[in-house]
Design a protein around this ligand. Structure first.
Ligand code: ZN
Ligand code: ZN
Length: 593
């Protein structure tokens, strides 16, 4: 399945239209916005014809039975679609549009240029065999409850017919793939076979289809299984004498960073900022760990190595954690405390009519633990938004203990800030107030993740996580927060260094374990992730840095006029748009006054 945008943790609920209009030029503006709204609707309708699989994943089910064969002719259509729409966009002068439509205009343009660049320059369809994997989309059809099982199965059946041709086209596309993506493709494709071998069969048995229909469905499923196995066999035997490196190289990396991150900073600038930030964090952590030593480890002699001293203090503080069986209740109890704190400190308006629904994670998510937000897709307006909280029941003792230390007393609170309030959930509530189908489809993950990471620091700056009787966050809380913040900082350093500076696995392990204080398993997983993805690991630190820098810039400009609550509410009112455009619009509005 071809995915253009990987949804990161949340999807944004929205509907189209309802642009906000500037007070000036109201009449002509409204008219132009109306025309642009029509254009956008038409654009999305066309988009779904080109990318039916993406449509299904967003809850638009008209093309559920279509599987596009990824050959030259489908790529030609994609490029023609992108070029035609880039032309159409030129008809809409940015200055005549509302703020909401301005950012939509930028985001559509970026998406279209990215389609052309991906097809002509990036060409991952040649070197990334894991782009070809149909099982996820088919599994969604079995699990979704958007339509009756009969309808879903009949679409499943029709769509399945193209699977052999799909993998034949894949084989023709692939040239000198990377070894990492080849292995990933083999593992993921084999892992997905059960959808056709077992899950489909089980679902079919729940229907009252006639024997004849069932038989031809089963036969098609067998053909699908054969095609997938044939593809993985072909990959295993591939005579790949000069495999491509999984490292992107500077040129492609910088360009991909521009398209995917859409930051006001370049990849090089963000890398430099991350290095400086890491240094700064280490200094602050040393001061705190040194100060806390007497309180927690009075008997123990202090290591002379500062990083080692920090690590030992972190290990000590991590012992404070909830019991395995109260993990869920601890998370639920923190939500109202976060809301109270925000109200007391006047940090941002929290709409009381939209409380967060905390629930035990549903079965299909089980085993992930932690917490995550699930929001309904853009076409599912009546769906609920949930805060899924995992349970550790059934985990063996050692695994649970290691997990609870990772999500200890301090980090668990930061996680709730990030995922729920005032992080992802609050951002979602605000973005729904300026609904935009475009932003819910192309929502900028750098802004979304950046906001969540920004709020962690903002809450502590305002005294969240204090010892009783104090108005300031405790030293313990800050130290653990810095460790958490080092994770996103080092994600950026790692991603950039691996893809553009040839960083070895050994050097990467040193960075993550010795300098970011991670456990070996976490570091190993991160290495695996960086060798099959590019740029995505940068979105957290980049977004955080942009928002933080922008806030400081405004503070300087406005002096006593600056109001934190107003800043937050205004910033979020633009929806999930890239920070650089929000900044531009906010500054323009300020200058008008
Ligand atoms: Zn313990
Ligand atoms: Zn997040």
């Amino acid at each position: 399945m071809k995915k253009i945008i990987l949804p990161l943790f949340i999807m944004v609920l929205a509907s189209c239209g309802d642009p906000k209009v500037n007070s000036e030029n109201k009449n002509s503006s409204t008219q132009r916005d109306g025309q642009f709204d029509n254009y956008k609707n038409n654009f999305v309708e066309q988009l779904w014809k080109i990318y039916p699989g993406w449509a299904s994943s967003q809850g638009y089910h008209n093309y559920d039975s279509v599987l596009i064969i990824p050959d030259e002719s489908s790529r030609t259509k994609e490029i023609a679609f992108a070029k035609a729409n880039l032309d159409s966009l030129k008809n809409y002068e940015l200055s005549a549009l509302s703020d909401n439509n301005k950012t939509d205009h930028h985001m559509i343009k970026n998406q279209l240029e990215s389609i052309i660049w991906n097809t002509t320059e990036f060409r991952s369809y040649e070197w990334n065999p894991s782009e070809y994997n149909v099982s996820g989309a088919f599994a969604e059809m079995l699990n979704g409850n958007y339509d009756s099982l009969d309808v879903r199965l009949r679409n499943f059946y029709l769509k399945m017919a193209n699977i052999p041709a799909f993998y034949e086209a894949a084989k023709k596309n692939i040239k000198n793939p990377t070894l990492e993506h080849t292995q990933l493709a083999i593992d993921q494709n084999l892992g997905g076979i059960s959808v056709f071998e077992k899950d489909f069969h089980d679902a079919l048995n729940k229907t009252r289809f006639g024997e004849h229909e069932k038989q031809s469905m089963e036969a098609t499923a067998k053909m699908a299984v054969t095609a997938i196995k044939d593809y993985t066999d072909w990959l295993k035997k591939l005579d790949n004498k000069s495999p491509r490196s999984f490292r992107l190289g500077k040129e492609l990396y910088s360009k991909k960073f521009e398209f995917d991150i859409q930051s006001g900073y370049s990849a090089d600038q963000i890398y430099t900022k991350a290095l400086e930030h890491k240094k700064d964090l280490h200094q602050k952590m040393f001061v705190l760990a040194d100060k806390l030593w007497k309180k927690y480890l009075p008997e123990k002699s202090k290591p002379t190595d500062t990083l080692l001293l920090i690590r030992q203090m972190i290990d000590k503080l991590s012992e404070k954690h909830v019991a395995a069986d109260s993990f869920q209740s601890a998370i639920s109890q923190q939500i109202p405390m976060l809301v109270d704190f925000i109200k007391k400190k006047d940090l941002i308006y929290i709409d009381p009519s939209k409380p967060l629904v905390v629930r035990k994670e549903p079965d299909y998510m089980a085993g992930v633990a932690g917490a995550s937000i699930s929001a309904p897709g853009p076409y599912d307006k009546n769906g609920n938004t949930y805060y899924n909280v995992g349970s550790l029941s059934g985990w063996d003792k050692a695994t649970a203990e290691s997990y609870l230390r990772e999500y200890n007393h301090y980090i668990l609170q930061i996680l709730n800030i990030h995922e729920a309030i005032p992080g992802h959930y609050t951002q979602l509530v605000y973005s729904n107030q300026s609904p935009s189908l475009i932003k819910s489809l192309f929502g900028n993950s750098t802004m979304i993740e950046g906001w969540a990471v920004y709020t962690e620091r903002m809450m502590l700056e305002n005294g969240y996580g204090n010892n009783t009787g104090s108005e300031e966050a405790s030293d313990e809380m800050w130290l653990m927060y810095y460790k958490w913040n080092l994770r996103s900082t080092c994600n950026t350093i790692l991603d950039y260094s691996v893809h553009t500076k040839d960083m070895s696995k050994e050097e990467a392990m040193k960075l993550l374990i010795d300098q970011a204080f991670q456990q070996k398993t976490e570091a190993e997983n991160k290495w695996r992730r960086v060798s099959v993805t590019q740029v995505q690991l940068c979105c957290y630190f980049t977004g955080y840095t942009e928002i933080y820098d922008f806030r400081e810039e405004l503070k300087k400009k406005m002096g006593n006029e600056f109001n934190l609550k107003k800043f937050h509410e205004k910033f979020l009112s633009y929806g999930s748009a890239p920070v650089k455009y929000i900044r531009e619009l906010m500054l323009a509005e300020m200058n008008k006054k």
